[in-house]
Design a protein around this ligand. Sequence first.
Ligand code: UD1
Ligand code: UDP
Length: 373
Amino acid sequence: MEQKKKRILVVVGTRPEAIKMAPVVLELRRQDWAEVRVLATAQHRQMLDQVLTTFGIVPDIDLDMMRPNQSLPELTARLLSTLDAVLASEEPDVVLVQGDTTTVMTVALAAFYRRIPVGHVEAGLRTGDMSNPFPEEMNRVVAGCLARWHFAPTDASRENLLREGFSDDVIHVTGNTVIDALLQVAELDIPLPFELPEDRRLVLVTAHRRENFGAPFREVCAAIRDLADQHEDIHVVYPVHPNPNIAGPAHEILSGHPRISLIDPLDYLPFVSAMRRAHIILTDSGGVQEEAPALGKPVLVMRYETERPEAVAAGVVKLVGPDREAILREAGELLGDNAAHAAMAKGVSPYGDGKASGRIAGILKRELCGSAN
Ligand code: UD1
Ligand code: UDP
């Protein structure tokens, strides 16, 4: 008798989840044993939609959760109360979540209440500090507690889970699916979506972390302005995250400078082109810390801690904190010293080989159907 297909509910809420889940969705859709459904919580709206469109994914269910300047408690409450009915009607055999957002934490909890097994993609990342990043460290610890399968991107993330007492047989080192996504698009020749004077080197900036809201983020902006003041041969391009706590001060402090362009968030493909064209990247993003090393771009991370120590250890990412002086000093060194720049532009990919989604599909097949072939 033919076996019933396994129902897999893949959940995405924000831009990075969509980028990192897209290759998983596309891979699972190629499997004859799996029936894939995509649930968008739409914790993000425009930024989520553009990624899903890029990868040709139309959500089967869209909860349209985003509200302007949403708070963590009200987003969590709305999600949790909405998700239960969805899970009850969908009756998936497994729910897949990715990363460390509010979507991930609440979906894992809602699935737990319904006794539906959860697979956690990008499991085991830790700083060991619940305040950094906030609230993501808590989100991934909670999702980890509730998950049946942990798809850890690296050996270090596997070690973190082992240290927390998870047994080896529920942890699978797969690589990070962000590299699958990146390799699928990196060779496309997408033109830069902004004007860049020919004689200027591109400094690409992104920033959005909640723990940096307020004074630390104003320091970051001041550092960027100082940098543009001091280096006439650079142009700073900053696709500003739409969170009002970021967009407000960014425009207030950085608008009007002749060597700074504040632009809307870029679609994924043009953003990859911008990373490829960048001389250096200043960011507090998780995903960018993973992608830029694979593209051979030096990254200064404007945070004091990172759950992604592999690229720091490889010497291609440096932590500078949201610290005006340190950002200026380290960026100045990379702009002024070719050897220092070359040492950080090695092109290493500690986070994956582009085959993570295939591994995840294989593991799920074995776990759900009893065979990986
Ligand atoms: C969220 C995640 C963070 C992740 C980041 C990726 C949480 C708590 N935070 O942070 O872990 O690194 O996404 O970008 O889960 N907004 C829009 N349009 C959009 C998206 C956001 O206008 O497409 C604005 C809205 O005003 C929204 C606000 O940004 O209320 C904040 O969105 P939210 O998802 O709560 O937090 P992020 O800062 O985006
Ligand atoms: N990204 C994008 N457009 C932008 C900035 C970033 O497509 O204007 C992509 C980037 O390539 C990476 C992801 O968004 O894959 C990172 O998302 P974000 O920094 O918002 O979240 P984090 O990774 O910190 O959770």
